[in-house]
Design a binder for this molecule. Structure first.
Ligand code: FAD
Length: 362
């Protein structure tokens, strides 16, 4: 058996822990400052919508390999809190002219995207279904994840396979060397500390910064589709309009913002008003045509996405004599890339085990 300590209990750490537990041959401890059930803007995972809107400009294995697993869970595992929902993307002419360089600046809105062959039912909508102010629209079948159910479900799946969970706040990534529940020094540490990897000793990644996401969670459930527009008329260029209904009574998320470098964890009431107005305009059925006063707010919230300049970091590094596999910096796609990233982490773990002659399954 190899001894592994996973640092971080967000979607990245939990998915890696589960994948490594499923593989067998690993004794795993998950240590984290925040666990599912906690709400803190620096612990991003609970605040995500979360849905699948592929963002990479071309095929990437993170999103490509995650979709089949989320689809399988939506089809066969109701207790995971994931359901299918149709996603409708609306493009504004000015965003298209600017090459979709808005807050998401990604491959989501381009025409004829790579992911049309990944997700089911991708179609361009006829002009009659494109609202005023939008130049075109597309739709496909996606999923929406109720994070309040999915994160505890991941914990449960891990615990059923013998993973042990402990609270700890690490000053340095090498502190994990003392934290395996076995008392042994771990062979491998997985660093899934998200945004706080910019402050963790031994990592201190200056390319990591928050992309502030403000949302409103409401009880209204009138929208049959998830809606996302390529830009907004009244925001500051870092605001978005999206609506998604979480599975299993999780309410509807209205978003949002994507403010790079902004650490403010307190919801801004002016932004909240704009988010709600845009949502009701994009989907009047949310309030039966009655305006934002008829929104039944569960909470206003802010989560700080772990944005990393140059993209996600998934690699291995020997720090103070112990192998560390990094998996952080997923920005706004941590759920929709979670399984693909965990598969890569497993490959790196296998390489290290092989090198350490620890009975790798390579
Ligand atoms: P986190 O969830 O932040 O977890 C980090 C973990 O590391 C925590 O347990 C923390 O306590 C621990 N940790 C950190 N430092 C230390 C330390 N020093 N000692 C001990 N423990 C430590 N993604 C999608 O795929 N689809 C979406 O629709 C989507 N929508 C989003 C909407 C919003 C408003 C936001 C904010 C995000 C959204 N995202 C979405 C992005 C997604 O939420 C993130 O990419 C993902 O949650 C990152 O997960 P993580 O596990 O890497 O980090």
């Amino acid at each position: 058996m190899s001894t592994i300590v996973v640092v971080g209990a967000g979607v990245s750490g939990l998915t890696c822990a589960l994948q490594l537990a499923k593989q067998g041959g690993n004794t795993i401890t998950v240590v984290a400052k925040h666990m599912p059930g906690d709400y803190d803007p620096e612990y991003t995972s609970p605040f995500a919508g979360a849905n699948v809107l592929p963002m990479a400009p071309e095929y990437n294995r993170w999103e490509g390999e995650t979709w089949p697993e989320l689809k399988r869970l939506a089809e066969t595992c109701p207790e995971a809190g994931i359901h299918f929902q149709k996603a409708v993307l609306y493009r504004r002419a000015q965003d298209e002219a600017a090459g979709f360089a808005g807050p998401l600046s990604d491959g989501l809105f381009v025409r004829n995207p790579w992911y049309k062959d990944l997700v089911p039912d991708y179609v361009d909508l006829p002009a009659s279904e494109v609202p005023e102010g939008m130049s075109s629209a597309s739709s496909f079948t996606s999923v929406c994840i109720n994070t309040a159910i999915y994160l505890p479900w991941l914990v449960g799946q891990c615990r059923a396979r013998g993973v042990v969970f402990k609270r700890a706040v690490l000053k340095h990534i090498s502190d994990a060397a003392k934290l395996s529940h076995t008392g042994r020094k771990p062979d491998i540490i997985i660093n899934a500390t998200g945004l706080l990897s910019c402050r963790l000793g031994g990592v201190m990644d200056k390319k990591v910064m928050p992309a502030r996401g403000q949302v409103v969670l409401v009880r209204n459930e009138a929208t049959p589709n998830m809606v996302c527009t390529s830009g907004t008329d009244d925001g500051n260029g870092d605001e978005l309009c999206y609506i998604m209904q979480r599975a299993a009574g999780g309410g509807t998320i209205l978003g949002g913002t994507y403010m790079k470098g902004n650490w403010d964890g307190v919801p801004d009431p002016n932004i909240a008003t704009r988010i709600m107005k845009r949502a009701v305009e994009a989907c009047p059925a949310l309030t039966g045509g009655k305006g934002i006063e008829a929104l039944d707010v569960i909470r206003h919230a802010v989560g700080l996405r772990p944005y990393r300049e140059g993209g996600v970091r998934i690699d291995k590094e020997n720090i103070n004599g112990t192998w560390v596999v990094h998996n952080y910096g997923h920005g706004g796609w941590g759920y929709q890339g979670s399984w693909g990233c965990a598969f890569r982490v497993q490959e790196l773990v296998d390489e290290i085990k092989s090198e350490l002659k620890l009975g790798s399954k390579l």
